[in-house]
Design a protein around this ligand. Structure first.
Ligand code: C2E
Ligand code: CA
Length: 439
């Protein structure tokens, strides 16, 4: 152990005399935190060059000298970043720096390049060696806390990143307080996605309040984890959102939802489907292209699809989000803002985002039964949406009294336990056939 550590230190000392020490990085983090710049422009980046197990394997197979050389080559690989700003030693095999970008595309391009470089095997004395690196990222304009804690969190995020398919992860401060469960979920998500039946979808009907018929269905994701059992999306989605795996997860949801819809269409159930995406998906450059391909593969016209995203999320790049939503709507896909009425940004998101629908948050819907002020609010929201040519969906409708009020206020659609609980596909269509006999 001692020998290995000495060797690791030596590797850094000899590989780059320009690497500065951690206290200086802490000072730079403190200074950066005081800058008044928008979210998405100033980041603490920690690069774990190899995860520790990986490093142990390399040493036992190739010996210390080669391991040292590998790290030196890696340091040279990231020179495109370290030439831009001072790079500091964080641990034996990890470095950190404060990265500044003018905008989201610049940050994303740098991150993609970094991940690409780190994913390549290192050719060391003619031998290609794969070392699994991980990048941890902390947006300093979003973060509060002591520089030490931010660095620790970014370091742990780097370990999480090494275990995720994407190779990087954003900080989750809970990780520093030993949230082993969160770590397990993040580390296992990729495997579960590749394993049949661990992720699955549930379906809930959406009733058209004008006709009383269900013309659409909404999907909800579930994860039966191999050791932790059933895990609910409120727990795992925010964790997976910290990693690049949200792209794969949303792809999985969309592909499975569209396949299911195609099978229902072939049986004569001409339902529309509403699928949740992460607001982060809207920042992916090829999102619309991938969606078009999926729709084509399953033979579903875009007008049968609605994408929902929550308004609770802070968009890092509003302009990019707007462009993406416009592209989706031009394609014929509907987009709706979920959890509407709970965030402080509700009105500005309505004004700024080209959405087709808003979904009243279930807490807001629940509050209408015995609260006159909330009744006035919901009624006004529905009216305002209609003025803007936006249709309104009320979620979480649990009793007849709620439904009656929504009807009186000319809300367009309703979903909730009063109609049905989210169910697996086969149970859903059986229930649906029974409830709406003539299809
Ligand atoms: P959400 O989109 O606001 O979903 C509504 C939640 O309320 C769902 O919980 C649903 O099962 C539940 N619900 C439906 N009807 C009623 C009702 O009448 N009363 C009450 N009390 N609850 C009702 P669930 O399935 O646990 O999902 C929680 C959240 O996880 C979702 O909130 C959404 O933010 C996220 N989520 C779920 N599935 C997905 C997915 O496929 N992709 C993404 N990105 N997020 C998802
Ligand atoms: Ca909601």
């Amino acid at each position: 152990m001692l020998l290995r550590e000495q060797s690791g230190v030596a590797a850094f000392m000899t590989s780059s005399a320009s690497l500065q020490d951690r206290p200086l990085l802490l000072r730079e983090i403190n200074l950066a935190c005081q800058e008044k710049r928008p979210v998405g422009q100033v980041f603490l980046v920690v690069i774990n060059m190899a995860d520790t197990n990986n490093y142990d394997e390399i040493i036992s197979i190739f010996g210390y000298k080669l391991a040292d050389d590998l790290l030196n080559i890696r340091l040279a690989d990231i020179e495109f970043l370290s030439a831009r700003q001072p790079t500091y030693r964080v641990g034996f095999w990890s470095v950190g720096l404060v990265f500044r970008a003018q905008n989201t595309p610049e940050y994303q391009a740098a991150l993609e390049k970094l991940i690409r470089v780190l994913a390549k095997p290192v050719i060391c004395r003619g031998i290609p060696v794969g070392i699994r690196a991980g990048v941890g990222i902390c947006d300093l304009m979003k973060s509060t806390g002591a520089a030490e804690d931010l660095l620790q969190a970014a370091y742990l995020a780097g370990q999480v990143g090494a275990k995720s398919a994407a190779g990087w992860a954003e900080c989750n401060y809970d990780l520093t307080t030993g949230h082993q469960r969160a770590f397990t979920l993040i580390a296992d998500a990729e495997n579960s996605l590749a394993t049949a039946h661990e992720f699955s979808l549930r379906y809930q009907a959406r009733i058209d309040l004008k006709t009383g018929r269900a013309n659409a269905v909404e999907t909800f994701l579930r994860w039966r984890h191999p050791t932790l059992g059933m895990v609910m999306p409120d727990e795992f989605i925010p964790l997976i959102e910290m990693t690049g795996l949200m792209r794969e997860l949303t792809n999985w949801v969309l592909a499975n939802a569209l396949a299911q819809l195609a099978s229902w269409h072939s049986l004569g159930f001409k339902l529309r489907i509403s699928v949740k995406i992460s607001p982060k998906n809207l920042e992916e450059v090829d999102f619309v292209l991938r969606l078009e391909e999926l729709l084509k593969t399953h033979g579903i016209a875009p007008s049968f699809l609605e994408l929902e995203f929550s308004e609770r999320h802070k968009f890092t790049d509003m302009e990019l989000t707007r462009t993406r939503l416009r592209e989706l709507r031009q394609m014929g896909v509907s987009v709706s803002i979920d959890d509407f009425g709970t965030g402080i940004n509700s009105l500005s998101s309505l004004e700024n985002l080209p959405v087709s629908a808003l979904k009243l948050d279930r807490r807001l819907v629940h509050s209408v039964v015995d609260n006159a002020r909330q009744q006035a609010l919901v009624k006004a929201l529905i009216h305002m949406a209609h003025e803007l040519d936006i249709y309104v969906v009320a979620e979480g409708v649990e009793n007849q009294a709620m439904l009656e009020m929504l009807l009186a206020w000319r809300c367009d659609f309703a979903e909730g336990y009063l109609i049905n609980r989210p169910m697996p596909a086969e149970a859903f269509i059986e229930w649906f056939t029974h409830r709406f006999p003539s299809k």
